[in-house]
Ligand binder design. Sequence first.
Ligand SMILES: [Zn+2]
Length: 229
Amino acid sequence: MGERGSGKAKGRDGDRVVSRRALIVGGAATAVGVGLLARGDLARMWWQVPGIDKPRKPGEVDFKGAEWVAAAAANWRRADRPADYTIDRVVIHVTQGSYQGTLRVFKDPWHGAAAHYVVRKDGHIAQMIRELDVAFHAGNRDYNQRSVGIEHEGFVDRPQDFTDAMYEASARLTAGICRRYGIPVDREHIVGHVEVPGTDHTDPGPHWDWKRYMRLVWAAHERAGAAKA
Ligand SMILES: [Zn+2]
């Protein structure tokens, strides 16, 4: 975050020098110069200006390999994250039902809730809400605004539901989210629904192997970093 902030300030100072030079030219040239500057500023900053809709293509996903399955619009709120809300949490859920059943209720406008992602037992991932937007998954307005929600197919009292493929796929997904928004890979920032203040939900439950999951997230996070470097 700090790095991004300082980079932004430097860019703006550079622009100011240009604009002063444009002013010296005077007259019509000044107006043109300022106009170009403003447009250039906008083009560079669009992703962090709240209230400006980022370009969205139908079917576009934030996690490569995820399948886009749109949730009903009533189950989320359009936003412009991370410009309007900082994303600093990932919330882990368990569906208490099948993958298909979960997709069905998230597509139902009367359900009133949905998560960004649903991970199937075989590791397949559906994205149902863009990370830009606020999904109603945590039952807590503050946490909804600051988090990305991931559902996992299964039941909290059935440890056999949490397969290797599911842990692996979910860990890659969470690692990518942490990379995109600079979220630290730790249990303060990657939490269970049960840990959201005020919740009466117990998921992901006692059989979710946090130690294993965090190790996988960390490894995937490191791999992604190495690939980028
Ligand atoms: Zn939950």
